[in-house]
Design a protein around this ligand. Structure first.
Ligand code: GLY
Length: 432
C-alpha cells in the first residue's frame, strides 16, 4: 500500500460521462489521493471552475495542487493543452497538438492511413460545394460524408440516398452547421459490417490494449436516425472472429504508432480506432481514429477493468509501457445506456430537475453523469444533450442489459423529457 505522501492527485479535464467514469476508476486506485474534475458535472466531486481551454489557470491549479493531468475530450487536445503543460514540466496524459490531428483533421488522418498502409475506405477530399454535389451525383454507392474538423461526433452523415447525401453537403458546406469544420469534407464509400471500438493506451513507442467495446452512434432504435456522440455501449463484443484483436494490434495500431513516431509526431495517450468489421470476412477497416477515450465506451470499460488504471497512465507518461503487464478484465459483461434530453442531437430543453438518482439501485449499476448541474445537495438538473450514462454489469450481456434498463426506468426529468434507446446491447441492434 502506498503511503499517503506518495499518492498522486489527478486533475481530469472534461465534463462528460467518460471523465466521470475515468475519475470513478482512478478514485479506486491505491496510488491516487484525490481526483479533481475540471469543470466536471453534477455527478463528479471536487469540481474546479476553470474553463477547459484556459491553460494558464489550469497549469496554475495543477502546479499548486501537485496534480498530474488527464485530458478527456478532443477539443483541448486539438488546441494544444498537452504541449502547454509539458512546456511547464507538468505531467499530463494525452497526445500533443500535432499527434491529436489523427482526430482533429480527418484529411490528415485519411492521408496518414493511406501512407501507412492501414485499411480504410476509399475517399475523396473536396472543398467546393459544387464539386462535392457533382461528385455525389456521379456515385451509385451509399456514401458517408464527414466534416474535416471536429464536430462533437455529429459531423458524420451516413447517407442511403443521393438526396440524403446532398442534404448533408448543404448542412456542412452551405449552412456551415459546424463552422469551419465543414470547409473541407471527405466523401467515402459506406462499408457494410459491424462497428467496434479498439482503444489502446500509448506512450509514443508501445501500447497496452483495452478489451473491445461497441457503441451505438445513431440516435434511434435499430441504428437509425442521426449520428450522435453515442447513445450507449457494451463490452465485451461477442460476435468477433478469433484473433481479431491480434490482427488489429498488428495491422492497425502498430503501424499507426510507428508511422506517427517516424513522422516526428509520436502518439501518447488513448488511441481509439473506430472500426468497421467488414460484413464479408470480418476484416477490420478503420472508419476513423480518435485521439482520446471513447464516450460512452469508456463507461462500459471502466466498470470491467480489474487492474488499477493509474499505473498504466503513469507508465505511459514515463514511456515505459513496454514493461507493463496486460490489463486484467473482469469476466462479466457491461452495458451502458445513455439517457439524453429529448430532441438530442437537435434542440432540447435544459434546467429540468432529474428524479430517481437516489432510488435504490442494484450494486451492479453505476450512474455516470455528463450534461448535469448540481444546483444544491438534492437538486440535480439536466444541462446538456447527453445527460446520464446508466452502466450495469451482469454475468452475460442480457443480464447486464436488464440491470441497466431497470435503473433507467427509475429516472426521469421534466414531463417525459428524457430520451434513450431501448435496444442498447441487443444483438439485432448492433450494426448488423
Ligand atoms: N463513441 C464515439 C466517440 O467517442 O467518439
Amino acid at each position: 500500500m502506498q503511503t499517503d505522501s506518495k499518492k498522486k492527485n489527478i486533475l481530469i479535464i472534461g465534463s462528460g460521462g467518460r471523465e466521470h467514469a475515468l475519475g470513478w476508476k482512478l478514485a479506486r486506485s491505491s496510488k491516487v489521493k484525490r481526483v479533481f474534475h475540471c469543470p466536471g458535472n453534477g455527478g463528479t466531486k471536487n469540481n474546479v471552475a476553470i474553463d477547459s481551454f484556459d491553460y494558464w489557470k489550469l497549469i496554475e491549479f495543477a502546479e499548486k495542487n501537485g496534480c498530474e493531468t488527464l485530458v478527456g475530450p478532443e477539443g483541448p487536445l486539438a488546441a494544444g493543452i498537452v504541449d502547454q503543460f509539458l512546456s511547464c514540466n507538468l505531467r499530463i496524459f494525452g497526445p500533443s497538438k500535432v499527434a491529436a490531428k489523427l482526430e482533429s483533421s480527418k484529411v490528415f488522418s485519411k492521408q496518414f492511413m493511406q501512407k501507412a498502409g492501414i485499411r480504410t475506405s476509399p475517399f475523396v477530399i473536396l472543398s467546393s460545394y459544387r464539386d462535392a454535389e457533382d461528385y455525389v451525383k456521379s456515385q451509385t454507392d451509399e456514401l458517408v460524408i464527414k466534416a474535416e474538423g471536429l464536430a462533437s461526433g455529429k459531423g458524420v452523415f451516413v447517407c442511403s440516398t443521393q438526396k440524403e447525401a446532398i442534404l448533408a453537403l448543404q448542412s456542412l458546406m452551405l449552412d456551415r452547421e459546424f463552422g469551419e469544420s465543414g470547409d473541407r469534407i471527405i466523401i467515402e464509400k459506406k462499408i457494410q459490417g459491424k462497428e467496434a471500438s479498439y482503444i489502446a493506451i500509448c506512450d509514443g513507442n508501445s501500447f497496452v490494449p483495452m478489451v473491445m467495446s461497441r457503441d451505438h452512434k445513431r440516435a434511434c432504435d435499430g441504428d437509425t436516425g442521426l449520428n450522435t456522440g453515442g447513445m450507449g455501449s457494451y463490452s465485451p463484443v461477442g460476435d468477433i472472429k478469433e484473433d481479431l484483436e491480434a490482427e488489429i494490434a498488428n495491422d492497425i495500431i502498430k503501424p499507426t504508432i510507428r508511422g506517427m513516431r517516424e513522422a516526428g509526431t509520436p502518439f501518447s495517450g488513448f488511441l481509439y480506432a473506430g472500426l468497421m468489421l467488414d460484413s464479408e470476412n470480418g476484416t477490420p477497416i478503420v472508419l476513423e481514429f480518435n485521439a482520446r477515450m471513447g464516450d460512452p465506451e469508456c463507461q462500459s470499460l471502466m466498470v470491467r477493468m480489474d487492474s488499477d488504471l493509474y499505473p498504466y497512465l503513469d507508465a505511459a507518461m514515463d514511456k515505459r509501457l513496454l514493461h507493463m503487464p496486460p490489463i486484467k478484465w473482469k469476466k462479466h459483461h457491461s452495458v451502458c445506456v445513455v439517457m439524453a434530453s429529448k430532441g438530442y442531437p437537435g434542440k432540447y430543453n435544459t434546467g429540468r430537475r432529474i428524479y430517481g438518482l437516489n432510488s435504490r439501485l442494484s450494486d451492479k449499476v453505476v450512474i455516470f453523469h455528463s450534461g448535469t448541474i448540481r444546483e444544491s445537495t438534492h437538486r440535480i438538473t439536466n444541462a446538456g444533450g447527453r445527460v446520464l450514462s446508466v452502466t450495469a454489469t451482469g454475468r452475460n450481456l442480457e443480464l447486464a442489459r436488464r440491470e441497466a434498463y431497470q435503473a433507467v426506468r427509475k429516472i426521469c426529468w421534466g414531463s417525459g423529457e428524457e430520451y434513450y434507446r431501448t435496444d442498447i446491447g441487443k444483438p439485432s441492434a448492433t450494426n448488423e
